[in-house]
Design a protein around this ligand. Structure first.
Ligand code: 2AM
Ligand code: CA
Length: 265
């Protein structure tokens, strides 16, 4: 049986525990390795945090699956049963260069539904959390439902500026048009935190084209609780099983983005 409240409390405790360790060790010297390209970074801390969660989950929930970034998880091909989707450090580049603006992202999906989402801004000690149907929280503060009125031209939009340069995934000319048409653009470097900023209502739209399930799964649960929309860039639902291009935001802003600006190549 899936005991949602117990899983929520247990995961919360683990996140706080390992978050404390990260803060304690933030100034230690780091070996930085690269993965798929010279800017795709990983440290011993990414692996240590993921290993921590994997051991805890395998011990307490031996029948559950783990979908995670650094290799301690399972080969997950469906979200049937219960799946923990984990990014031990989302925003590794920020972790290394800035020692802040990174997050632990942990979601629990049960029978294909995102039931629990946690995004922990470790250095700020801010925990964003949601249970499906029960609202989203920033620490103890319940986040308000999004305003109905939000104009695309008055929105603040998040995107990595790399997508305004020629690339194989999306028409960069359309993305440059989007940059001109919205009020302003921000890039924070952690997809999980970017979803939480959407949930707080301090930014209104978001596109990203190469995110993995662990970057997105927890933030999507949190954002949907305040009425946010999260879609595949072709307008369909995300699978949360593979790398996918996405658009997220206020309902009207997602509609406008899909209609005028997203041309996948
Ligand atoms: P990460 O730090 O867990 O790798 C930064 O723009 C956001 O994109 C972060 O959420 C980051 O997650 C993710 N990211 C970084 N490099 C990536 C890559 N090569 N492919 C896909 N996502 C990446
Ligand atoms: Ca990561």
């Amino acid at each position: 049986m899936f005991d949602k409240e117990k899983a929520f409390q247990t995961a919360r405790k683990w996140i706080k525990e390992i978050g404390h360790v990260i803060r304690e060790e933030i100034d230690q010297p780091r070996n930085v390795d690269t993965k798929t390209n010279p800017n795709d970074l990983v440290t011993e801390m990414d692996r240590k945090v993921e290993r921590f969660f994997a051991l805890k989950i395998r011990n307490a929930y031996p029948n559950d699956k783990i979908l995670s970034e650094e290799g301690f998880g399972d080969h997950v091909t469906s979200l049937e049963g219960t799946t923990w989707i984990i990014d031990p450090i989302d925003g590794t580049m920020n972790f290394i260069h800035q020692k802040r603006n990174f997050a632990i992202s942990l979601a629990i999906y049960h029978e294909k539904q995102g039931e629990i989402g946690f995004v922990y801004d470790v250095m700020a000690d801010v925990l964003y959390a949601a249970k499906r149907g029960e609202g989203a929280y920033k620490n103890d503060q319940r986040l308000a439902t999004l305003d109905d009125e939000k104009k695309f031209t008055e929105s603040i939009y998040m995107l990595n500026t790399i997508w305004t340069t020629d690339n194989d995934i999306v028409d960069a000319e359309k993305i440059r048009a989007l940059v001109k048409d919205v009020r302003g653009v921000r890039t924070y470097g952690s997809a999980a935190l970017e979803f939480c900023y959407l949930a707080e209502g301090i930014v209104d739209g978001y596109v990203s084209f190469k995110l993995h399930p662990w970057d997105v799964a927890a933030g999507a649960v949190i954002y949907k609780e305040v009425g946010g929309v999260v879609k595949h860039a072709d307008g369909s639902e995300l699978s949360y099983l593979k790398q996918e291009p996405l658009v997220a935001g206020h309902k009207e802003i997602v509609a406008e983005t899909l209609k005028h600006y997203l041309v996948l190549t």
